[in-house]
Design a protein around this ligand. Structure first.
Ligand code: HEC
Length: 463
């Protein structure tokens, strides 16, 4: 028996050479002392693999069409075997990926591991950070409940405000001028084909660079990086005191990764996936959703900045952030790596963490972020006039009520419209709705003439 297995193994190795290719990777020397701080990159990778596996499982059952998506998610959650757990793992896996990508990045920054010769490791890592956020966003849209549809409306309208290329970008995102079935096909293709393919390619490159340039040794105060001598010094150091990657360093990755996966599965079983909010339809009104937690800081930031600067922030914010992150390893690719010698870097990280954390808390208690759990006024008041009734339903269905209060129901992000009909003429109302302005999205593209007239009639009646 043993000899047969051995023979099969030998045959495989002779024809493929896989072990010969993998062994040097497992045995390659890494600096000693690469301890627990180094596990977060591989933890992110474990989460990503979990996302691929559960994502394929979900795609087997999900129907990316606007009239079937919501029902297929309900089916996955309530009826499919292990469907609830599958969705739960995919959700907590996404949360884990966002979390660990952040922690990994902070670790690399604090230890200045982006300095020579690892600039490209950092750049590919920054791209992976943004791809991870984009995956979180597109994934949330695929739920195609009120929340998902609303988020895509806001995203498209915000993109549309970018000078010159905005409209084109918004059309590219939605696959047309308005949201509909074609938009959902797009989000599906982005989330399942385009961005995962980019992530695979970049993860491959990132890992190749990690092996080629070597893991950064733990920094020591008074041992600066000098590009002229660093590589030679690193080689000698490895020969003298390096340890084989497997098992001396990799066991921590394996242990921590397993704990992460167990925790995610545990949360999926005990807590379960986030509840679906109402389908994009005004007749069902009894849930309390909000954007997923990792999107909250972004929502809160946009809600808090003064309205006049928001358009600029939407455009320049991400651009400046990308430029700053890209520039970092080129602005400082040598010198001290130890955090003790770089107090301002540590201080900066603490500020960023507090800032993002505060936005998260604010987004959680929100008076500003849209309130998705509001009830339609059409269910509270029984309108005799069919136009007012249609207007009331549209006011809810088009998301106005997430931001505006009428009859004591609705969000606080925009002004209370309970007596708007007293001072505003129908014309003024139309202009405001079509053009938006301040922190309000422009609705010109997403309401047809009749819908606009009904909403204006409804608002004019609020006295
Ligand atoms: C993202 C949140 C949001 C959504 C969604 C939204 N609005 Fe607004 N709306 C605002 C904000 C913020 C203002 C204040 C704008 C300003 O400061 O100029 C506003 C202002 C208005 C005003 C002027 C009121 C005043 O006193 O200044 C009207 C009328 C209005 N919105 C109607 C609507 C209608 C109708 C819809 C749906 C088609 C809608 N809004 C959707 C946030 C929103």
């Amino acid at each position: 028996m043993k000899t047969i297995l051995r023979k099969m193994g030998d045959w495989l190795e002779d024809r493929t050479g896989l072990m010969a290719a993998i062994r040097p990777i497992l045995n390659h020397l890494v600096p000693p002392g690469a301890k627990w701080a180094y596990v977060f990159g591989s933890a992110t990778l474990f989460c990503f693999i979990l996302q691929v596996v559960t994502g394929v499982g979900l795609a087997l059952l999900y129907q990316p069409s606007s009239d079937a998506a919501y029902q297929s998610l309900q089916f996955i959650t309530d009826q499919a075997v292990f469907g609830r757990v599958l969705r739960g793992i995919h959700f907590f896996g996404a949360s884990g990926m966002v979390l660990f990508v952040g922690v990994h990045m902070i670790r690399v920054y604090i230890m200045a591991a982006y300095k020579y010769p690892r600039e490209m490791n950092w750049l590919t890592g920054v791209l992976l950070l943004f791809l991870t956020i984009i995956m979180g966003f597109t994934g949330q849209l695929l739920r195609w409940d009120a929340n998902g549809v609303w988020s895509s409306v806001v995203a498209a309208q915000n993109l549309g405000r970018i000078p010159l290329i905005g409209t084109t970008l918004a059309r590219l995102l939605l696959g047309g001028d308005t949201i509909g079935g074609q938009s959902l096909s797009r989000f599906f293709a982005y989330h399942v084909f385009l961005f995962p393919a980019l992530i695979f390619a970049l993860v491959g490159l990132h890992l190749f660079l990690v092996i080629r340039n070597g893991i950064s040794e733990p920094p020591k105060a008074g041992r600066p990086v000098d590009p002229k001598t660093y590589r030679a010094w690193y080689e000698t150091m490895l020969k003298r005191e390096g340890v084989p990657f497997w098992p001396n360093a990799a066991w921590r990755d394996a242990l921590f990764g397993s704990l992460v996966i167990l925790t995610i599965v545990g949360l999926a079983v005990v807590v379960g996936p986030p509840a679906l909010t109402q389908p994009p339809d005004p007749s069902i009104v009894d849930t309390s959703p909000e954007p997923d937690w990792y999107m909250l800081p972004i929502f809160a930031l946009f809600a808090l900045v003064p309205p006049k600067t928001e358009s600029y922030l939407i455009f320049f914010g991400p651009v400046l952030l990308v430029l700053a992150l890209f520039a970092l390893p080129f602005l400082s690719n040598r010198g001290e790596r130890s955090p003790i010698r770089r107090p301002w870097a540590v201080f900066g990280v603490i500020c960023v963490v507090i800032f993002v954390g505060a936005l998260l808390v604010i987004g959680e208690i929100e008076p500003w972020s849209p309130r998705f759990d509001t009830k339609s006024v059409a269910t509270l008041v029984s309108y005799q006039n069919p136009q007012l009734k249609r207007g009331a339903m549209l006011f809810y269905k088009k998301g106005c009520q997430y931001c505006h209060m009428v009859h004591g129901e609705g969000g606080l992000r925009g002004p209370n419209l309970s007596d708007i009909g007293r001072n505003w003429t129908a014309n003024q109302l139309t202009v405001q709705i079509v053009n938006g302005g301040g922190n309000m999205p422009a609705y010109g593209g997403s309401l047809d003439k009749d819908e606009l007239r009904d909403i204006v009639a409804f608002l004019s009646a609020q006295k």
